[in-house]
Unconditional design. Structure first.
Length: 764
């Protein structure tokens, strides 16, 4: 929300109340409360007839400082509120001198200065300034025309400081100069709207800011005051957190620790997904022809998804198979299971008036209501649709019961679509929640209910949803996909920007519609998107009004899809190890370049390439010419597909055919390659080939390979000295039968490899 008219003037309708100077403080229970006068205190009389802002500093965990700024403490402040984790321990200290008060958590401090007529709070990493709030920054803003009041803060932007994140945003990757509204909308991928709004940003200085307000947060990133990030909420109380992980990656990990790390998703989910598409005509004969067509062309397929019309139109959702189209759903699912397929079905949280469940939900009070107690309804998606009220425990149980029948039938997961079209005026929730806060938070509850049902039924590590919308903390309930993109190269690029932005909010697993959702891609775009899609966390072929099977594009598309599906399956020992890391450490699988290489200034602006885990760099082809310009950080890099070795620290421009792209392996990498290129779920530790890439003298490398349940089963240690590489393998879990592994010094066909028992020696 903008409050100023240029730098000097305030908008005519705004009456500002700024923090002007320190007045007093209190310390209690490791919290520091500072009272900020809103005009200079010349004498005692200046305490009369003026507002005061109460600013409290606390710390839920080490190196995280929470700031709570309040105008009227007694104002109504209903939930929902984000679920924030807290850490126990002795990591907080508070000190005071004549000039300042310092509140410290770990190595991170908030320094509050007592200087008259000069409010100032500095946030520091040791002696290094991260950001600060000072002259005319922290404020209470009163709109005289609308009678709406806001709390606002402005934090300093340094020279050459870039801001990233704030959810899955398709606008330019660097957010400087943008206005960002944290408000979920069904806006596709080609606008400033997004399905996944997260009020958290991170900068290239290595710290992040999370605004802990579940409602409509507005950000002006160097766009109202160009040297400040402003954020504001329509409330009497503003809470924000300074997170200092010391590096960008450390801060993403710290945020995931604060808000929750992603659950580990099952290994089978990393295979290829194929869907019916949306409005296409399909029945069992059609879907079976797709599945058989993939088998006939030797294209491994692992999950089949039924989109909306598995139910009758106008009856979404009744959670009943359309008997006219699928007369034998149990038998069909059984036949698909015999083929080794997993099953996903589309759902949403809306109940159309024609659904048999509408009267049931209305009678028991399971829907969001109007202020007069009637059921809130609209016609925007399904005629007369109502909205399941997930603040009502009985409504949650009712909804779960409908889904549980499908799980028992053989459904493995649900595509939890929609959740953005949530009303805010004239409605009420079962628990009395603030309707503005519930607009975004609703989707958090929706996905939580479905995910936790799957987890209870199938077990931990076996559950996943395929969700479109989310809110802060929703990374705990993966997977998320990028929404409605178009079938063009620019849309591929905007989808990638969105996914990389979302990753900075702790989202470890992300996907997108291979080939684009709207329209039908050219064979050229489809083939390039297949490579990008299979080198993403999760890989799904999906569209709107046309099928996405490759032979409908051209026969070469079948060859390309086959190659990259088999490539991903063979990479699963590495990929699933990175999935385990995302789950345990909160580091996303698909990472912006600056996250992995924070000291490399060139990486700060890159948004058309990414790191897939620790060791693989991917640069999708985004031009019809096949030309790619990509950057390699310092070191030696090997193209996994061609074996070409390139020096880092420079740009490259190359042309690739459809079967190749820059898939570059970082130096000092031990890449575990599986012995199966048909499935994503197999024994990753038996017959594994350990490929060593550009091991430099003095290197000491440790990596691990999990089993298909995510448990560490194989440890690999490598050391290099004077042209000799020693490698040892330790099997950490007992297993049946003898395990074997192979070693290959990639790019060194002349290397002599000697393997004895669980050790290997390589002479280059």
């Amino acid at each position: 929300m903008k409050f100023t008219n240029g730098y000097w003037r305030i908008r005519e309708e705004i009456d500002p109340v700024y923090a002007v100077e320190y007045y007093d403080c209190e310390v209690k229970d490791n919290k520091l409360t500072v009272y900020a006068a809103t005009r200079h205190m010349g004498d005692r009389g200046d305490t009369l007839n003026q507002p005061m802002l109460t600013v409290t500093f606390s710390s839920p965990m080490e190196d995280v400082i929470k700031v709570s700024a309040v105008h009227f403490k007694g104002a109504l402040n209903k939930g929902p509120d984000y679920e924030v984790n807290e850490q126990s321990g002795d990591f907080i200290s508070i000190s005071e001198t004549k000039e300042k008060i310092t509140y410290t958590s770990g190595k991170t401090s908030a320094v509050i200065y007592k200087t008259a007529n000069a409010w100032k709070v500095e946030f520091k990493d040791g002696n290094r300034l991260l950001t600060e709030s000072s002259y005319r920054n922290l404020a209470y803003m009163k709109n005289k025309e609308t009678k709406q009041n806001y709390m606002a803060e402005q934090l300093l932007l340094d020279v050459d400081e870039y801001v990233y994140g704030m959810g899955e945003r398709y606008t330019p990757f660097i957010k400087n100069g943008q206005v960002v509204e944290i408000w979920n909308e069904d806006g596709g991928t080609a606008s400033e709207q997004t399905y996944k709004n997260i009020p958290f940003y991170i900068t290239n200085k290595g710290y992040g800011v999370f605004v802990g307000h579940a409602g409509d947060v507005h950000f002006e990133v160097g766009s109202e005051k160009v040297e400040r990030v402003q954020f504001s909420v329509r409330t009497e109380q503003l809470e924000y957190y300074i997170l200092n992980g010391h590096t960008p990656k450390g801060t993403v990990q710290l945020y995931a620790q604060l808000m929750g790390k992603p659950a580990l998703v099952p290994s089978w989910s990393f295979g290829l997904w194929l869907t019916t598409s949306f409005t296409t005509n399909y029945d069992e004969k059609t879907t079976t022809s797709f599945i058989q067509g993939m088998a006939d062309r030797d294209i491994p397929l692992h999950t089949f998804h039924f989109d909306c019309f598995w139910m009758k139109g106008y009856e979404w959702c009744n959670f009943e198979w359309d008997k006219d189209t699928f007369p034998d759903p149990e038998g069909m699912l059984g036949r698909y299971k015999e083929r080794g397929l997993h099953i996903c079905v589309w759902i949403n949280s809306y109940i159309g008036q024609k659904s048999a469940l509408f009267d049931e939900g209305m009678e028991h009070g399971y829907f969001v209501k109007n202020a007069d107690g009637s059921v809130w309804q609209c016609d925007r998606w399904q005629a007369g649709m109502a909205l399941v009220d997930f603040t009502n425990p009985q409504a949650c149980k009712w909804y779960e019961d409908k889904l549980e029948r499908l799980i028992d039938m053989g459904v493995d997961c649900f595509k939890t679509d929609f959740g953005e079209r949530i009303p805010v005026t004239g409605v009420q929730y079962f628990d009395g929640s603030d309707t503005v806060k519930m607009h975004n938070y609703y989707t958090y509850l929706y996905n939580k209910v479905v995910f936790e049902l799957l987890e209870r039924k199938l077990g931990k590590g076996k559950a996943l949803v395929f969700a479109r919308s989310t809110a802060a903390g929703g990374q705990k309930y993966p997977v998320h996909w990028g929404g409605d993109c178009t079938a063009t190269y620019p849309s591929m690029a905007e989808d990638l920007r969105g996914g990389l932005s979302l990753a900075l909010g702790g989202y470890g697993f992300w996907s997108h519609d291979i080939g684009g959702f709207e329209q039908t891609a050219s064979a050229d775009v489809y083939k390039r998107w297949c490579a990008f899609g299979l080198l993403s966390s999760h890989s799904r072929l999906h569209g709107s009004d046309s099928y996405r099977v490759p032979w409908l594009f051209d026969e070469e598309a079948c060859d390309i899809l086959r190659k990259f599906v088999k490539l991903k399956c063979s990479l699963m020992p590495y990929i699933y190890a990175q999935a385990v890391k995302a789950h345990k450490e909160g580091i996303p699988m698909m990472r912006p370049m600056f996250l992995e290489f924070p000291e490399d200034l060139t990486c700060e602006t890159l948004d058309k390439q990414y790191m897939l885990g620790d060791s693989l760099l991917v640069a999708p082809v985004l031009k019809e010419t096949g030309e790619v310009s990509y950057y390699l950080p310092e070191g030696k890099w090997t193209n996994y597909l061609t074996g070409d070795v390139k020096e880092g620290g420079k740009w490259y421009k190359e042309i690739f055919d459809y079967f190749h792209l820059p898939l570059m392996v970082r130096e000092n990498t031990v890449l575990a390659i599986g012995n199966n290129n048909e499935r994503p779920d197999y024994d990753y530790t038996d017959g594994t080939t350990l490929k060593l890439f550009q091991i430099q003298d003095g290197a000491k490398i440790h990596t691990m390979v999990p089993d298909i349940d995510g448990k560490e089963t194989l440890k690999v240690s490598v050391s290099a000295k004077k042209g000799k590489i020693s490698l040892s393998v330790l099997y950490t879990l007992q297993s049946e039968g003898r395990k074997s592994f192979f070693v290959e010094a990639a790019g060194h066909p002349e290397a002599k490899v000697t393997i004895t028992e669980n050790r290997a020696e390589i002479v280059l």
